[in-house]
Ligand binder design. Structure first.
Ligand code: PLP
Length: 447
């Protein structure tokens, strides 16, 4: 009865984020989750699932960590909320800003806090334009990002996103956003040239910043060639353009380094983060900026930021983030992500040898993908009507594994981002289940 009520109320009253409302109306929620423990989620019927996506690429330390609940409780009992506007401040936000400044590479030493990834990216765009404005170059307003990028759903972030599906609601919402090629199926040279061409075409003096995810997540887990970001950094320096790294997915250990760009020893001018900073236990994000940007903001009397969210530096969210980061560090979760990522990739490669519809497989730390194709030798894709990835996702779901299909541009990509606490046995279990699910679908397919 309770379940029936919940399903009915869900259909009648709950507009789900990123959903087909019609489908959801007809079928109702597929899963009502009730509990989480480690890498597992349990639904209202008591069925257990491996949360192979860390929910939305964010539950890095896994579910059910009481220490985080306790950190929230302690902070909320003492000071649940107060303002950090202007000259007001409070201890958890101060400590968090200092902690993140210490973790981020290079001279990213000052941190602006938000409630999530979209807000962080929009804040970074405004900060970049503000920086140019007070530096006497107000014409530097344009933001270049990449095709297949996902940066969120607020006005700026939607416009920076390079997946056209996300422009269906109202189009690209703000002007001065441009998209270039990403190094997916093309080399570094071609991808870098695409950025150069755009800069030259628009005029370097009009470009505020280049924005990129170190590994594109929602676009299909696209891991760049090793020399790509060094090329990006060089190009941005050549034209005096700010480089903003969107580490919303890749931050806080996901790729086997604390931040994704560390794989290539590249330091951006700004870094946006969210998700793994609290492992989703509280909404929080932010932007870390370099000393040289911070110095300009500090020095100018016109540097006032007319920008801040009510929940910028939320005390309880900050306390939870600090405890989450402590767990990531004390339990060696960055190293575990690196080791278990190698194990996961080994498993993917075995599946590729065993089943003839598996194309490219990849993983960097615990951020991985398996592509399903009609012909792995030529990389010929299935036609979208065959819904191959969706069928594999369903077969996985039936077997108690939750992960995600990426089907933009007629791809059939299965994305994986399990919690960083995953063990070797759990990786093996996940790989075996994936094998069985793909094989089951393979049997229904004629090529
Ligand atoms: N940037 C990246 C790379 C993301 O993957 C996401 C969310 O998935 C966002 C930004 C937006 O974050 P949020 O959903 O917290 O606004």
């Amino acid at each position: 009865q309770v379940k029936d009520n919940l399903i009915e109320w869900d259909k009648n009253h709950f507009i789900h984020p990123t959903s087909s409302i019609k489908e959801q109306q007809e079928a109702g929620p597929k899963c009502i989750f009730e509990e989480g423990n480690g890498i597992y989620l349990k639904d209202i019927d008591g069925k257990e699932y491996i949360d192979a996506m860390s929910s939305l690429w964010n539950v890095n330390i896994g579910h059910g960590r009481k220490e985080l609940a306790q950190a929230a409780e302690e902070q909320m009992s003492k000071l649940a909320f107060s303002s950090a506007f202007s000259t007001f401040s409070h201890e958890p936000a101060i400590r968090l800003a200092k902690k993140i400044a210490g973790l981020t590479p290079g001279d990213l030493n000052a941190v602006f806090l938000t409630s999530g990834g979209s807000e962080s990216n929009d804040s970074a765009f405004k900060l970049a334009r503000h920086y140019w404005m007070i530096s006497g170059k107000p014409e530097r307003r344009k933001i270049i990002s990449r095709k297949k990028a996902y940066h969120g759903v607020s006005a700026g972030a939607t416009s920076a996103t390079g997946i056209p599906e996300f422009w269906k609601m109202g189009g690209m919402l703000v002007p001065d956003f441009l998209h270039v090629e990403t190094p997916y199926e093309i080399g570094t040279e071609e991808a870098i040239n695409s950025i150069r061409k755009m800069i030259e075409q628009e005029g370097p003096e009009t470009i505020a910043a280049f924005l990129a995810e170190p590994v594109q997540g929602a676009g299909g887990v696209i891991i760049p060639p090793d020399d790509y970001f060094r090329g990006v950094r060089k190009l941005c320096d050549e034209y005096g353009i700010l480089f903003i790294a969107d580490e919303v997915i890749t931050g806080f250990g996901r790729t086997g380094k604390m931040f994704g760009l560390e794989h290539w020893d590249v330091v951006p001018d700004m870094m946006t983060f969210a998700k793994g900073v609290t492992s989703g236990y509280f909404p929080l994000g932010g932007v870390a900026v370099s000393d040289s940007i911070h110095d300009v903001l500090k020095e100018h009397s016109t540097g006032t930021l007319f920008h801040g969210f009510t929940y910028s530096g939320h005390p309880a969210a900050s306390a939870v983030a600090l405890k989450n980061i402590e767990i990531i560090e004390n339990e060696g979760l960055v190293e575990n992500a690196q080791k278990m990522g190698e194990e996961l990739l080994k498993g993917f490669r075995q599946i590729k040898e065993q089943i003839d519809i598996v194309g490219d497989v990849r993983s960097i730390g615990l951020l991985g993908a398996v592509e399903l194709v009609a012909n792995p030798d030529t990389n010929k894709r299935f036609t979208p009507e065959r819904k191959v990835a969706a069928k594999v996702i369903q077969a996985l779901h039936d077997r108690g594994v939750i992960c995600r299909a990426v089907t933009y541009d007629s791809t059939d990509i299965i994305a994986f981002a399990p919690p960083l606490i995953i063990t070797r046995e759990q990786v093996n279990d996940l790989v075996q289940t994936l094998h069985d699910a793909i094989l089951e679908v393979r049997k229904t397919i004629t090529i």
